[in-house]
Design a protein around this ligand. Sequence first.
Ligand code: PMP
Length: 416
Amino acid sequence: MNAAARPGQVASPIDWQAVRADFPLLQRQVHGKPLVYFDNANTGQKPATVIAAVDDFYRQHNANVSRAVHQLGSEATDAYEGARGKLAAFLNVRADELVLCSGTTFAINLVAYSWALPRLQAGDTILVSRMEHHANIVPWQLVAERTGATVRVAEILEDGSLDLDALYASMTADVKLLAVAHVSNVLGMVNPVREICREARKRGIVSVVDGSQAVPHRPVDIAAIGCDFYAFTGHKMCGPTGTGALWARREHLQAMPPFLGGGEMIKEVSFEGTVFNDPPHKFEAGTPNIAGFVGLGAAVDYLSTLGMANVEARETELLAHLTEELNRIEGLRIFGRAPDKAAVVSFLLEGAHAHDLATLLDLEGVAVRSGQHCAHPLLQFYGVAATCRASPAFYNTHEEIEAFVAALCKVRKLLG
Ligand code: PMP
């Protein structure tokens, strides 16, 4: 039986202790204590294979892509395009519909500037859920300011779930675009994006799904979701920082003007006029983060070998354990209680400020995030200034959950 399974739980086909050993950083100590890294919703740690792939690229293959005819140039291009192919297969989409970019923030801004800005006008509405990360709010506000369109909020219920009846009722004829997270980075709520995008599509509303917190934690089949745009970031899914992608329906990519102009995104340039490259290259101006995408390709290989269904099952088990332990602590409030939830737990402890908690937990070796998690409107809904957020990943252990809870109880005494 898997050594990490708890009594009463189904044994996993994966040896999670061995998986943990794949992550060099998890072996280190912080403030003289073994590190408990529970800030995975912020960024994830990297397995040795990803670090080695980046290292190997710079040692053996470094050259620019899509330009040079020499051997290194073709190796670099193959590695970069190979990563696009791996990502596409991982998410069940076509590689030529996947625009590689620096992450979700870039991806959503690309939709805002290239799709929304030329199309929206006064009288149009952009529907944005209350639980969005600022990356899926602010670009729409900027578009609204410049076009005269209005941003309308799709509200949540007290348990953190989206108010679906209200959402569908607010999909009126003036709504042109819907922006919604697949999984909330603060509450862990999993939104029924397949159903939501189907309802949007029926009404001719274009849907933008922020998949930053979904792709690293569960099997994602973008084709099955049926959205128009799907954005995600590489650094939360075992990949390097500065990597991510936008998936878009081909008809959108063809109709959209380029976001940035420069090299790589053109076929021909003259002062009489420029012919743009075909998508997705039309949206990839300049030298990309080649080594980063090579690393992201290795991350996809790593996650595919584990199996995303196994990752999801493992994190569901860790979440259940963490929630059970936190529920026992008097005066602890968890934000986001709806049943369909990923392993993200935002909480507050009566009488303790979130930042004080996080600072003292750090001294115990525990890394959690405190603050507003780039989601001010969501915290405003709950009427709190900040929360603490613990977000374990598949490579964390039940022992770490116990160490975290013990540290929390110790810290509480200090603050009391
Ligand atoms: N959306 C969500 C839900 C996120 O969790 C994050 C990262 N915290 C982002 C968008 C932004 O991602 P990035 O900073 O990688 O662009």
